[in-house]
Design a protein around this ligand. Structure first.
Ligand code: S3P
Length: 439
């Protein structure tokens, strides 16, 4: 297999070996942004190798933050500038990265200059009203293309807000917490469902104080976070744990074969991200966790997994938000389970790097699977035999990787066009998959 498109994936017997993953993408983005607005230097080890996190570093440089990557060990050293950045001379290029555009908009909204933010074709189709509305309420002036990129953000002396987010989005929550640092008073953000908390954990690691608690009533418990403006951050030295959403592809691939045995050291185990492990155990993968540790508030552990029978799963309600990045690969292995996988309440998948519900249904059908596509999810019966096919990644890294996994148990070869999009989060994916695949 090569990393240039198209990639051909042949059927496998099982997966064996050890996979050490590049640093978590969600944490890498946040550390790069916070290191830039902290005082003093930060040293970030195992920073994500994906193009998305490189986009964040590129934007930080355009905002006057000096950083260097050590060529030997890949460690990123960032010279924090404190809360005041410098006006960018050219538009901030967010590439394919929704995380960069949404979270960084919270920081540039607090600056005394105007920033233009642009993205590639896919990012230019993605909804930004979710950050434009609250940041405008805080006092920033934002122009957009009908709620979509490009954005032109004129920062201001921000006012704190009390804001109930209509969409459960960790990117939006982090954006507003970052903006809250620049606001006058206490910002309170309420999320309808608990989403990943890397923004909160990272802010604390960089020395900020914030309060969090559950709120709401009955079955639907929300979650609130409060942060005071004017707090100063200080740089950190950190090793970023392995990316759990990238690990998902290897875990699901291992799950396809009873003979698989895989070890994944130093993996992120943050409880707001680890729902995948419960679902995989429920499906039939045997997982044991050793060497649990905490680094700057993030839980890290080593995983040992063994394949077994795969039964069935339903992903709905809060699980759909918690598993949003892992649903593509879970859906891609669904036909090989005994009773199938049903995904509901996952409408957000339609506004990711591609319309992931449509992309999953299209590719699964091309492989001969029966699939029921719904507005907010998919129902995929189990016990199916798939055949190799010519597929498209739809320019979406997670679709490219999900179908490389599905192809391992198909009959015949599968060709994936646009497989190079895997580099958005995981440039070495195809090579690493090849290294642990036995045929
Ligand atoms: C992310 C949150 C999720 C996820 C994305 C990364 C984050 O997006 O899909 O890949 O790091 O906060 P939303 O905030 O749009 O749910």
């Amino acid at each position: 297999m090569k990393t240039e498109a198209p990639v051909i994936v042949r059927p496998a017997r099982n997966l064996r070996g050890s996979v050490r993953l590049p640093g978590d993408k969600s944490i890498s983005h946040r550390y790069a942004m916070l290191a830039g607005i902290a005082e003093g230097p930060s040293r970030l080890e195992n920073y994500s190798t994906g193009a998305d996190c490189a986009s964040t570093l590129g934007c930080m440089r355009s905002l006057g933050v000096a950083w260097e990557r050590n060529h030997k060990d890949g460690i990123i050293e960032v010279q924090g500038r404190g809360l005041s950045l410098t006006a960018p001379k050219t538009p901030l290029d967010c590439g394919n990265s929704g995380s960069t555009m949404r979270m960084l908009s919270g920081i540039v909204a607090g600056q005394r200059f105007t920033s233009a933010m642009v993205g590639d074709e896919s990012l230019s189709r993605r909804p930004m009203a979710r950050v434009i509305t609250p940041l405008s309420a805080m006092g920033a002036q934002i122009e957009s293309h009908d709620g979509k990129p490009p954005l032109r953000i004129t920062g201001a002396a921000l006012k704190a807000i009390d804001y109930a987010m209509p969409v459960a989005s960790a990117q939006v929550k982090s954006c507003l917490l970052f903006a809250g640092l620049f606001a006058d008073g206490e910002t309170r953000i309420e999320e309808p469902l608990r989403t990943r908390d890397h923004g909160e954990v990272a802010l604390r690691a960089f020395g900020a104080k914030l309060e969090r608690k559950a709120c709401g009533q009955g079955a639907v418990m929300g979650h609130e976070v409060r942060i005071r403006g004017g707090q100063r951050l200080r740089g950190i030295e950190a090793r970023i744990p392995g990316d759990l959403s990238s690990a998902a592809f290897f875990l699901c691939a291992a799950a396809l074969f009873p003979g698989s045995q895989l070890t994944i050291p130093s993996l992120l185990m943050n409880p707001t991200r680890a729902r995948l492990l419960d679902i995989l155990m429920q499906l039939g993968l045997r997982i044991s966790v050793t060497q649990l540790d905490e680094i700057h508030g993030e839980l890290v552990g080593s995983l040992q997994v063994e394949g077994g029978r795969l039964t069935q799963a339903t992903i709905a309600g809060p699980d759909s938000a918690a598993l949003i990045d892992e649903i593509p690969v879970l859906a891609a292995i669904a036909p090989y389970t005994e009773q199938g996988i049903e995904v509901r309440d996952a409408k957000e998948l339609r506004v990711k790097e591609s319309d992931r519900i449509a992309a999953l249904a299209t590719n699964l059908r091309l492989m001969g699977a029966q699939v029921e596509e719904r507005e907010d999810g998919l129902k995929i019966p189990g016990g199916q035999t798939l055949h190799g096919a010519e597929l498209d990644s739809f320019g979406d890294h997670r679709i490219a990787m999900a179908f490389a996994v599905a192809a391992l148990r198909a009959q015949g070869e599968t060709l994936i066009r646009g497989a190079e999009s895997a580099a958005i989060s995981y440039p070495a994916f195809f090579q690493t998959l090849e290294e642990v695949t036995e045929r």
